[in-house]
Design a protein. Structure first.
Length: 233
């Protein structure tokens, strides 16, 4: 199927499920995950209406940045502190903040540029060993630490990657836990906290994520097809 058809199908599904659960589909942003994709493929997706693209490696952002039609870029992968400086002026949102050290570095670099950096805290509700992110129990302390120490960071919400499940309904409990945290913290009054995004849901589980309250779905395979990592190397 062509990219255009894939994107159309996802938008139709998003509309359908939002309606089914009584949500406004416009509050759910479709982000294209463009890792391993060529600039040509990415630009084609943008020409089909994609406004937000996600990468998980600093290197790929740097290689593609000048070749892509201007859109909002998102960093969704594990970010090493020594690489923050390369992307701080390129991405609109860093989804993967999972340590105080990383937050400190983002704050420092943002201050140097005199900007405020929007971030999400990455939570790992399944305590999945293979994934990054902090536990549900650690989240409040990190959030408060960032609010108390990082002038140049604005916390916009939470992100999670659910473990893979044959039946995506099986991970709905994790999405529900993240949504509950989100609702709790969104009540905090602080100038550097402005909750808007719950980034959860990928190709195989975005429908469940929308049902559970996601406002940002990150879709790669369902837009572009299976990734071929070898092609890159
Ligand atoms: C690759 C990736 C996605 C998209 O995964 P698909 O299954 O291809 O939709 C979403 N989020 C993150 C953090 C990723 O690394």
């Amino acid at each position: 199927m062509a990219l255009q058809d894939n994107i159309k199908l996802i938008i139709e599904e998003k509309n359908r499920i939002a309606k089914e659960v009584g949500r406004d589909t416009d509050e759910i942003l479709l982000c294209a995950v463009t890792k391993t994709r060529t600039p040509e493929e990415i630009n084609e997706a943008i020409n089909c209406g994609i406004t937000d693209i996600c990468e998980n490696k600093v290197q790929e952002i740097l290689e593609k940045y000048d070749l892509i039609i201007p859109v909002r870029w998102h960093m969704v992968g594990h970010l090493q502190t020594n690489k923050v400086k390369y992307i701080i002026d390129k991405v609109a949102l860093i989804h993967s903040v999972d340590s105080v050290r990383l937050a400190e570095e983002i704050d420092k670099r943002a201050a140097q540029l005199n900007i405020t950096m929007d971030i999400l805290i990455q939570v790992n509700p399944a305590m999945d060993e293979a994934k990054f992110g902090i536990t549900i129990d650690e989240t409040e302390a990190m959030l408060k630490w960032i609010l108390n120490n990082c002038e140049n960071i604005r916390i916009r919400g939470l992100m999670c990657i659910a473990p893979f499940a044959e039946n995506p309904e099986d991970v709905s409990q994790y999405f529900r836990e993240v949504k509950a945290l989100y609702d709790e913290y969104s009540k905090i009054q602080h100038k550097n906290l402005d909750f808007k995004y719950i980034s959860m849901g990928m190709s195989h589980d975005y429908k469940v994520a929308i049902k559970e309250g996601s406002t940002m779905i990150r879709i790669g395979t369902a837009i572009f097809g299976e990734r071929n990592y070898n092609k890159q190397n």
